[in-house]
Design a protein around this ligand. Structure first.
Ligand code: PBG
Length: 335
């Protein structure tokens, strides 16, 4: 890009900042409800609403209330909701078989939402951690996370979710080769229109702490996830992972966490031009909420600024626990 900057006073950048009208005309990026995906936590029971201590304002909801949440999201114009199950610890095993049970909590929630609010896109989480007695995203043998055996399990899980009516599958496990295996299995089973949003560049991050409380995985997890999630020091590796997953059949690619990794988002979007997403994760949400609840920052304004930053960096949309709050603020003209 060739810069065309005349010296002051020929160019005065403040001319275009003079009024709301001129600022609107020269605004480069926008944030709308179309850019939001709402991650929600589902638990069993009926009429159950359970706060999550480390994520103030976020609750685990039973399936009936998740349907209400999906209705609310659709009414706000939010295009997609993403389901994370809080699994009864009694159902967690070493083989993670509950993950591909057609009637598990996540699959029941998919069916209930698609029956009541067919217009909202339902995204899922494809990873074994909610079902694993070991707390890891993969099967564990002798302390080692098994790659290829895990991919086989993820394929079964994906097919059960597609069967239940999921629109977008979200593999968040970081095993190698899972996108290709999932895509082949989906095609083979006739699920040709099920999209895959790969958590392609997912870092081994401390920002996931509150989420692990929310899905009840903190207690089970032994050790860390550094043998499969990325080293936060790496950037070129993210591009290679994104390219690999696009080649294997991912329709959409994600960078996670979000705000500390805006440089990665920007590189991904400018290199591939593919549909690019970020996950503003639980720890990012918790930091903004906690400061807002203490009166240290203006919560709504920081939230909207953080979401605009994702758009500026190159995201097509953002997974954010703020989705309904952001949608309401945008409808009220506060964006
Ligand atoms: N499959 C695990 C998974 N899927 C989404 C998140 C994190 C989301 C968040 O922190 O909001 C995690 C946590 C992890 O990898 O340990």
């Amino acid at each position: 890009m060739r810069l065309t900057v005349a010296p002051t006073p020929t160019s005065r950048f403040r001319r275009l900042r003079k009024s709301a009208a001129l600022r609107a005309l020269s605004q480069e990026n926008t944030l709308s409800v179309n850019d939001l995906i709402w991650p929600v936590f589902v638990r069993d029971g009926n009429g159950v609403r359970e706060p999550i201590a480390s994520m103030p304002g976020v609750e685990r909801l039973s399936v009936d209330l998740i349907v209400k949440a999906a209705e609310e999201a659709a009414a706000l114009g939010i295009p997609a909701i993403c389901l994370f199950p809080y699994t009864d610890p009694a159902l967690k095993t070493d083989d993670c078989a509950e993950a591909w049970n057609p009637d598990n909590l996540a699959n029941r929630a998919i069916r209930a939402i698609k029956a009541a609010v067919p217009e909202i896109a339902v995204m899922t989480d494809v990873a074994l951690d909610p079902y694993n007695a070991q707390g890891h995203d993969g099967l564990v043998r002798d302390g080692i996370i098994l790659n290829d055996e895990t991919v086989e399990a993820l394929v079964k899980m994906s097919l059960a979710q597609a069967e239940a009516g999921a629109d977008i599958l979200g593999p968040s496990d970081m095993m190698d080769g899972r996108i290709g295996a999932m895509r082949a299995a989906l095609e083979g089973a006739g699920h040709k229109d099920v999209a895959i949003m790969s958590y392609a560049a997912k870092y081994a991050s401390a920002f996931y702490g509150p989420f692990r409380d929310a899905v009840g995985a903190s207690g089970a997890l032994k050790g860390d996830k550094k043998t499969y999630q990325m080293n936060p020091a790496n950037s070129d590796e993210a591009l290679r992972l994104i390219e690999r997953d696009l080649t294997e059949g991912a329709d959409m690619v994600m960078v996670k966490p979000g705000m500390p990794y805006l440089d990665i988002i920007h590189r991904v979007k400018t290199t591939f031009g593919a549909p690019t997403y970020a996950y503003q994760v639980s720890g990012e949400y918790a930091m903004i909420r906690a400061a807002a609840l203490n009166g240290w920052i203006d919560g709504d304004r920081v939230m909207l600024e953080s979401l605009m930053a994702f758009r500026r960096a190159g995201c097509d949309a953002v997974l954010t626990y703020f989705a309904p709050q952001a949608a309401r603020a945008l409808h009220a003209g506060r964006g």
